[in-house]
Design a protein around this ligand. Structure first.
Ligand code: 5AD
Ligand code: SF4
Length: 473
């Protein structure tokens, strides 16, 4: 539990989740594929694009790898642990393949570029390696691999956004969906491998984003989360109309689809979130009052080494600004413990900044050196593991306290909750989220509410992770 408490960015509960066929199952398919996804929401969204491409090429999904003709792992490189998990899975699938010789195994996503020769040639673990910008070539690569050749395409693109592909929804609840609005990252935070694995930042055609969101709404979805590594730097040139679209404008257009469609977004880099975005948020009730604003560290010296381009004071001012413009805004963050040269004083700065921002929730990690990053080339990973873990533990404990404190403040308040389904613990209770992204659980009672409805819920009790309430008029 130390690596991360709970996570939307890296939802520990979803790691390794297999794609379950829903709508597509009725169609006749020539062959079956099985896909497992790791890492961030972008990767999960990409698996839905891969599923669409494979469906169009005669491959139907199966949730059972033993019957698959094609096993795909959509991988993550962000920390060493994520890579190790994938390796273990590949060894298992290799064994499955021994009894099913025609079966193909492919690695997709962020590990592809980094480990292509290791996986294909040295360890002979896989038949195909396909990078995040090469999914359109997947059918051709499968055909190549079927002839016994090793199929590889890890080329990164400056243009690919898969704008025209309608993702096949993983359909976990039919109420909330993720819509990718941009790919890649130009930020070069020194600890981060993403700019190398996912390439340069590029924004998706705004019309295709709005079409996808409107289409989801027509299908009954009630919430879309606009996804990107750095959504606030979304910038798209509409050549036909000869004007540009910023993130604030995009957000507004999505919010205008329908007042009953909730809009969220993730992730915001503190340096890029502007007053324009905050103004749009304040103007539309259906844009959720919640910002994920990764801080990474509370020490200006460490932030500089991380190449985050802001200071502690600048970040604090950003938090102040957000709360001045949207007083009820929920805030969450990402924190890395034990970055290179981090002293006890730096660590204390992180704890005090957490107290300042009073995050509702945090995704907390200890630093894991990634080959090829600026930090790996420039600095020594010099904080002993037990120190990293102890500091992370202190961060987690503080966050647990803050989350509980903040939740207690909500007791007595009433929120509009979008019902996502049954509570995990009891089918007699609904589970949903309020605008601030907090999970709310309440008894179904006799109110006739259904999944996908909005309910007014008065909060009566809480834990650190959940608000507990009752429907009110
Ligand atoms: N080590 C630990 N955590 C990392 N993250 C990114 N790279 C690393 C790394 N090398 C964390 C950051 C980022 C989140 C998605 O993952 O906090 O915001
Ligand atoms: Fe990585 Fe920084 Fe880009 Fe986030 S903003 S993906 S941490 S380089």
């Amino acid at each position: 539990m130390l690596e991360s408490l709970s996570s939307k960015v890296h939802d520990e509960g979803r790691q390794g989740e297999a794609y379950q066929p829903a709508v597509a199952a009725a169609r006749e398919f020539r062959k079956r594929f099985y896909i497992e996804s790791y890492g961030c929401q972008m990767n999960f969204a990409d698996s839905e694009i891969v599923a669409a491409i494979l469906n169009d090429n005669g491959f139907g999904a199966t949730g059972n790898y033993a019957e698959a003709d094609l096993i795909l792992l959509n991988t993550c490189s962000i920390r060493e642990k994520a890579e190790q998990t994938v390796r273990n899975r590949l060894h298992l699938f290799r064994q499955v393949k021994e009894s099913r010789p025609g079966m193909l195994i492919g690695v997709l996503g962020c590990m592809a570029e980094r480990l292509k020769s290791k996986f294909l040639e040295e360890e002979k673990l896989v038949d195909m390696v396909v990078g995040p910008d090469a999914y359109r070539t997947l059918p051709g690569l499968v055909a190549e691999a079927e002839t016994g050749q090793k199929a590889v395409n890890v080329l990164l693109s400056r243009e690919e956004t898969y704008a025209d592909i309608s993702p096949v929804r993983l359909d976990s609840n039919g109420v909330t969906a993720f819509v990718s609005i941009m790919r890649g990252c130009n930020n070069m935070c020194s600890f981060c491998v993403v700019p190398f694995t996912r390439g340069r930042e590029r924004s998706r055609d705004a019309h295709s984003i709005i079409r996808e969101c409107a289409d989801l709404f027509e299908k009954g979805y009630k919430e879309v989360t606009l996804l990107g590594q750095n959504v606030d730097s979304y910038y798209w040139l509409d050549e036909a109309a000869d004007h540009t679209v910023t993130f604030a404008q995009l957000l507004e257009r999505v919010a205008l689809i329908d007042p009953s469609l909730r809009v969220r977004f993730s992730t915001s880099h503190p340096k890029d979130i502007t007053d324009d975005v905050l103004l749009v948020m304040a103007r539309y009730d259906n844009i959720c009052r919640y910002i994920h604003l990764p801080v990474q560290s509370g020490s200006t010296r460490i932030l500089q080494l991380m190449n985050r381009t802001y200071t502690r004071e600048w970040y604090q001012a950003k938090v102040d600004r957000i709360l001045a413009m949207i007083p009820d805004c929920g805030l969450s963050t990402d924190i890395i413990a034990g970055f290179c040269t981090e002293t006890e004083e730096d660590h204390q700065d992180t704890l005090s900044l957490m107290r300042y921002a009073r995050y509702d929730m945090s995704y907390m990690f200890f630093y894991s050196e990634r080959p090829g990053t600026l930090a790996a080339r420039r600095y020594t990973d010099d904080i002993p593991e037990e120190v990293k873990k102890r500091r992370l533990d202190e961060i987690v404990k503080l966050q647990n306290r803050l989350s509980l404190e903040k939740n207690k403040e909500d007791i007595g308040r009433t929120f509009i909750v979008l019902i996502e389904g049954d509570s995990k613990k009891s089918a007699a209770d609904w589970r949903g989220r309020n605008s601030q992204n907090k999970v709310v659980v309440f008894p179904k009672g006799v109110s006739g509410l259904r999944k996908g409805d909005y309910a007014r819920v008065k909060i009566e009790d809480c834990t650190g992770a959940t608000l507990i309430g009752r429907v009110t008029e």
